[in-house]
Design a protein around this ligand. Structure first.
Ligand SMILES: [Zn+2]
Length: 290
């Protein structure tokens, strides 16, 4: 059982979740060259946690699904789910069909609304070891945090340094960017929660999310654009990034490539040092192929 502990000012909280230690880490196994059995792949449906939702055909715990949601066996809080993006063990949002990305985002909305009565709903995604992923099969997670716990999340930033947009969304690099190549996706219709997104807007979101990820991954994997005077930063061991959907009102998606580590200065001050001017990041991503 997770334990919530406040600091002396009760502004910040820590969650003590010892059960997380026991979770499997196929990222490490792969490094050691041990043959991988992926518990998120079709055929192993009975191995991970309880199935709570699926898109596609097939009985619970049987193959045939297109998106599958299970309870996390090693939860951070009382409600913690894993959303398996597709039966494909490797392809993620940047490579899957738009139709599949659409199904993933519909599942996000479905689970967000299912859990919104239970507390703050945070949906997030970790890709690559540098971003904290422990299982490589593409998946996202949903965690519900009790309402009385303060979440130290950013509120929507002003829209500047626009990379591109479509009918419902704008993709930009906010002036307040704590990480190099940080990218935000904001709905043009403001002051709603993610759960209120329309079916039509989800179609638009599928394409902007995929497009933004492709630009980031292409550039940071050594894309061809060289910009004099702008620091060259690239992924060291394949794509590594996080994104999350802001849990509350006036939602946005924040996408953070994991290129650098936070160090003593940041830990000691709570200040972030960003080596990349967000204006330059937006210029570069604007020219990048999607
Ligand atoms: Zn797999």
């Amino acid at each position: 059982m997770a334990k919530f502990v406040p600091d002396v000012t009760t502004d910040r909280w820590v969650i003590i979740a010892e059960g997380r230690l026991k979770r499997p880490r196929d990222v490490e196994k792969n490094h050691e060259g041990v043959n991988k059995i992926c518990i998120f792949c079709p055929g192993y449906e009975k191995l991970p946690g309880e199935e709570v939702y699926r898109v596609g055909a097939g009985a619970p715990y049987a193959p045939g699904w297109e998106v599958r949601v299970i309870k996390n066996k090693y939860p951070i809080t009382d409600f913690h789910e894993v959303i398996i993006h597709s039966p494909d063990d490797e392809k993620d949002i940047d490579e899957l069909s738009l139709e599949q990305v659409h199904k993933i985002l519909l599942t996000f909305r479905e689970r967000y609304n299912f859990h919104s009565k239970n507390g703050h709903v945070l949906i997030f995604n970790n890709v690559g070891e540098a971003a904290g992923a422990s299982i490589t099969h593409p998946h996202s997670q949903l965690v519900v945090i009790p309402r009385q716990i303060t979440i130290d999340a950013l509120t929507m930033e002003p829209i500047l340094n626009v990379v591109f947009d479509n009918r419902h969304f704008v993709v930009f690099c906010p002036e307040f960017s704590q990480w190099p190549f940080e990218v935000w996706i904001a709905p043009k219709k403001r002051n709603e929660t993610f759960g209120q997104i329309t079916a039509e807007a989800i179609g638009d979101l599928s394409s902007v999310l995929q497009n933004a990820l492709r630009r980031i991954i292409h550039h940071l994997s050594g894309g061809e654009h060289f910009h004099p005077g702008v620091p060259m930063v690239t992924f060291k061991a394949g794509p590594a990034y996080n994104f999350y959907i802001h849990h509350g009102q006036d939602w946005y998606i924040r996408l953070i490539p994991r290129l650098i580590h936070r160090a003593g200065f940041e830990l000691g001050t709570g200040l972030s040092v960003n080596i990349m001017d967000p204006q330059d990041a937006a210029d570069i991503l604007r020219q990048e192929t999607s």
